[in-house]
Design a binder for this molecule. Structure first.
Ligand code: ZN
Length: 391
């Protein structure tokens, strides 16, 4: 039995994990789920929670609602000292046994509370001494959509929720009907589909929140091939919740000339302003900022000050690079991509730095985006971009 499990270190934290999860290409659910390649995802989480805890009075309790072997929750307990109590829950008793053993290895048993329960029963359990949490994480297999209500009911005012979606094919437009049924919005299969997917996810959470007189404010969102992840502040009260309709809209995309425009929910015009072709609409989706720029600046402060985070084992340079790009990222709700612009222009691709410089020289605003290594945000239209780059 002993050989079935291995002790590893991730960040500052000792973790007991199933050996098979370290050898198989796709980590299995049995005996318990642990994904070693999600280290980056958990490094980002630790940075975000640490930043949030650096300014918030409400950062004492953390709920890891589908914790697996407890990697994220245990790392939070060890690496974010301001958090007093971490609640770890999973339906799999073997996973919870491993999480308990790991808590002992890190000498944090007194900070950890364990539960073996269905996610919504755990989050909305009324007999616990703590009814609502300051930070709630939801990282399910596939879509988070069935659990979003329970997460929103379980978070404190001005608390933070972090939600992962791994059904990226759905949110990126491979299965539009599934996307509508899960997220009440249509995606578009296009070169910037990941940003549209994240905006659909935020819109879905924001509309669910508004039913409970809550509103959400994105602190940070990011993605990679296998998941999209959003960090949202939750604020109680009608007045802010009432403004949700101004933050949700449609995105119009012209397949012919690559033009895009945000449309208000009520008054959208489906013809392309540039070439007059009929456009496709994505949405409803979140059309406000995906980042809180003050928060992003604060993550950079945390990264600079924190000796541990700046050690090589934490993806420090990658975190720093991402947050620096994010700090300067323009707030337009979609990006363009160098290769797809080149293919529209039937020319060869130009490097991202040159593209951004040319646009700025031509009087436009332009920035990189964390959504895509070849992506850029600009107030130039698709025609303006081609004229600035190729004519
Ligand atoms: Zn067009």
């Amino acid at each position: 039995m002993k050989n079935d499990f291995k002790r590893i270190k991730e960040g500052k934290t000792e973790l007991l994990v199933p050996s098979v999860s370290l050898s198989e290409k796709v980590p299995p659910k049995n005996p318990a789920f642990f994904n070693p390649s999600a280290k980056w995802n958990r490094d980002v989480s630790v940075l975000i929670y640490k930043t949030y805890a650096s300014f918030s009075k409400n950062a004492r309790t953390f709920a890891d609602s589908i914790c697996g072997v407890g990697a994220r929750g245990l790392r939070t307990a060890v690496e974010v000292p301001k958090i007093d109590t971490v609640y770890l829950n999973d339906l799999n008793p073997i996973a919870i046994e491993l999480a308990k053993e790991s808590a002992k290895l890190n000498e944090i048993e007194n900070k950890c509370v364990f539960d073996i329960n269905e996610v919504c029963k755990f989050l909305n359990f009324e007999q616990r001494d703590v009814r609502k949490f300051d930070i709630v994480d939801l990282d399910p297999f596939g879509s988070p959509s069935p659990y979003v209500d329970c997460v929103l009911r379980s978070v404190n005012n001005h608390g933070l929720i972090s939600i992962t979606a791994t059904d990226t094919a759905v949110l990126c437009g491979v299965y539009p009907n599934v996307c509508y049924r899960k997220y009440y919005g249509f995606p578009i299969r296009t070169d910037y589909c990941n940003e549209i997917g994240i905006r659909l996810l935020v819109s879905f959470i924001a509309l669910n929140a508004s039913r409970f007189d809550l509103s959400v404010i994105p602190y940070f969102c990011h993605n990679n091939l296998h998941y999209m992840r959003v960090y949202l502040k939750v604020v109680f009260g009608n007045s802010l919740a009432n403004s949700v309709s101004s933050k949700i809209g449609h995105l119009k995309h012209c397949r012919n000339c690559n033009h895009r425009k945000v449309e208000n929910l009520k008054e959208h015009n489906v013809l392309c302003e540039i070439c007059n072709s009929k456009c496709i609409l994505a949405g409803p989706l979140w059309i406000e900022n995906l980042f809180d720029f003050e928060f992003v600046k604060e993550t950079l402060n945390v990264l600079e000050k924190d000796e541990y985070l700046s050690s090589s084992e934490t993806n420090y340079k990658r975190l720093l690079r991402m947050m620096q790009i994010c700090k300067n990222e323009l707030a337009y709700p979609f990006y363009f991509e160098t290769d797809s612009i080149a293919s529209k222009a039937k020319k060869s691709s130009i490097s991202l730095d040159k593209v951004i410089n040319s646009l700025i020289e031509n009087g436009f605003k332009a920035s990189k985006t964390i959504m895509n290594d070849k992506g850029f945000k600009t107030n130039a239209s698709s025609n303006d971009i081609i004229n600035a780059l190729y004519k």
